[in-house]
Design a protein around this ligand. Structure first.
Ligand code: FES
Ligand SMILES: [Fe+2]
Length: 340
């Protein structure tokens, strides 16, 4: 089993996916079930009946309890068994593990570690998500057959954009621009500016730029599984690099990663923009992101396959690897601390 950071809030599902139906999910190599109580709160439990280990996801939701699909043992939201058909006595060990959950930014978050350390104030938030001057569009849950840290590498790596996303998020103007990075407690910031260059295809399509632009890319990675990509453009020479961004187009592309197992991850993505968008524009933007993120998926899955084929091969490091390497060390340390 991979060492995961457990004392953290992970995104596990879109809020819109969880209702009055038992939903199975897998995260950090554990199977859980999710459902919404009658009062609307989300419950998460281990997906195994303590009797014969039948997955509880094969059972039935009865009120706020789950009835196992094999012999009808019934568990309440705290995991306690409240009924064993055919007997009065309920052994104290008849308990299912439960996990703290919280909802924010359209997502259900789960705490897989020590429940006494779970503080809902620590669930990730982006202020602009709630700001009426900004607009939000939810994307998809993109399944990627790759370890979530490979996806995290990608999200600490603005350099790939010039080569992987040429039809949407990148263009050749940035190929040789160096990437900067800065490690902060629990975070890795990676960025670069491209000055006086043509807008990227996405902004040429949706922005209203007169000619060349100054554009930025700030990748805010929050260990272990969140990346907020702040990217935008302003007409060149209007002072955007010095902080004057009154007439800019800015998007936060948010990636909330679920580590499913060593070879699978889910990227829950959404975008938050500094302009109001019609449903049509949101759909068009999301379609562009879908193209771009499918390109990342293709690259990451191909690498995952080759990492198996060339299991003993030592890869080389180049300048743009500085941030991903430090990110991996940070996550390793966090995972180790919980075990110590
Ligand atoms: S396996 Fe669940 S009640 Fe028997
Ligand atoms: Fe990408």
């Amino acid at each position: 089993m991979t060492d995961y950071v457990l004392n953290t809030w992970y995104p596990i599902a879109w809020s819109r996916e969880i209702g009055r139906k038992i939903e199975p999910r897998r995260i950090v190599e554990e199977n859980v079930v999710l459902f919404r109580k009658e009062d609307g709160a989300v419950v998460a439990m281990e997906d195994a009946c303590p009797h014969r280990l039948l997955p509880l996801s094969l059972g039935k939701l009865r009120g706020d309890t789950i009835e196992c699909g094999y012999h009808g043992m019934t568990f309440d939201c705290s995991g306690k068994c409240v009924r064993i058909p055919g007997q009065e006595m309920i052994p104290p060990s008849a308990v299912v593990k439960t996990y703290p959950t919280h909802e924010n930014m359209g997502l259900v978050w789960i705490w897989m570690g020590d429940p006494t350390l779970a503080r809902t104030e620590d669930v990730f938030d982006l202020a602009q998500y709630h700001d009426p001057d900004w607009s939000v569009a939810e994307g998809d849950a993109l399944y990627i057959k790759a370890n979530y840290l490979s996806l995290a590498d990608n999200l600490c790596d603005p350099a790939h954009v010039s080569f992987v996303h040429t039809s949407t998020l990148g263009n050749a103007a940035s190929e040789d621009i160096p990437v900067h990075h800065e490690e902060q407690p629990g975070k890795m910031l990676t960025w670069r500016w491209i000055i006086d260059a043509p807008p990227i295809p996405l902004f040429a399509k949706f922005g209203n730029f007169k000619g060349n632009v100054d554009r930025w890319h700030y990748y805010h990675y929050h260990a272990p599984s969140i990346a907020i990509i702040d990217f935008g453009s302003a007409d060149t020479g209007t002072g955007a690099p010095e902080g004057r961004r009154d007439n800019c187009m800015q998007i936060y592309a948010c990636h909330f990663m679920t580590p499913v197992d060593a070879e699978t991850s889910i990227d829950h993505w959404l975008h938050v923009k500094n302009f109001q968008a019609t449903d049509e524009i949101n759909k068009a933007l999301s379609d562009q992101f879908r193209v771009a993120f499918a390109e990342d998926k293709m690259i990451l899955e191909a690498i995952q396959m080759n990492e198996k084929t060339f299991a003993d091969r030592k890869t080389i490091k180049i300048a743009i690897d500085a941030a991903p390497r430090r990110m991996r060390k940070m996550v390793e340390k966090m995972a180790g601390e919980a075990l110590a």
